[in-house]
Design a protein around this ligand. Structure first.
Ligand code: NI
Length: 132
């Protein structure tokens, strides 16, 4: 398995502006202000504290990819995103080790247009793989 490095923790929130302010109250610094991801119909921003990066993800409409998840999990962390020196090799390793891809590698506007793919593990839930 290529070395995986944690890039961010994805956090579902209903109200992104209030959530941003609340994370700032906790001492997080805004790293990247809100970007609209048209494909997934979500608003996304990034905050950092102590080297930990949190991604706030908030659905913009009912048919957003995360609207169902928000109903299920409420405001909560729901994925960890990893970057690999060789993301394609990591993808192959993960799909051969119990992870199932739930979409295909697709550009993420909030991450400079880099491709991301989401995978599901029956044991640990959702992970995101970032292609650099
Ligand atoms: Ni993410």
């Amino acid at each position: 398995m290529p070395t995986l490095k944690i890039h961010h923790i994805g956090y579902l929130v209903k109200k992104i502006e209030k959530a941003k302010q609340t994370f700032e109250t906790l001492g997080y610094q805004l790293e990247q202000d809100t970007v609209y991801d048209e494909l997934r119909k979500v608003n996304i921003c990034f905050l950092i504290k102590d080297g930990y990066r949190v991604e706030l993800v908030s659905p913009v409409s009912e048919d957003s990819v995360v609207s169902g998840l928000l109903k299920k999990y409420k405001n909560a962390p729901y994925h960890i995103c990893y970057e690999a020196d060789d993301a394609e090799a990591a993808y192959q390793e993960l799909t051969g080790s119990g992870f199932t891809a739930i979409d295909t590698p697709t550009p993420a506007p909030a991450l400079g247009g880099c491709n991301v793919v989401f995978l599901m593990s029956p044991v640990i839930g959702m992970v995101e793989l970032l292609y650099r």
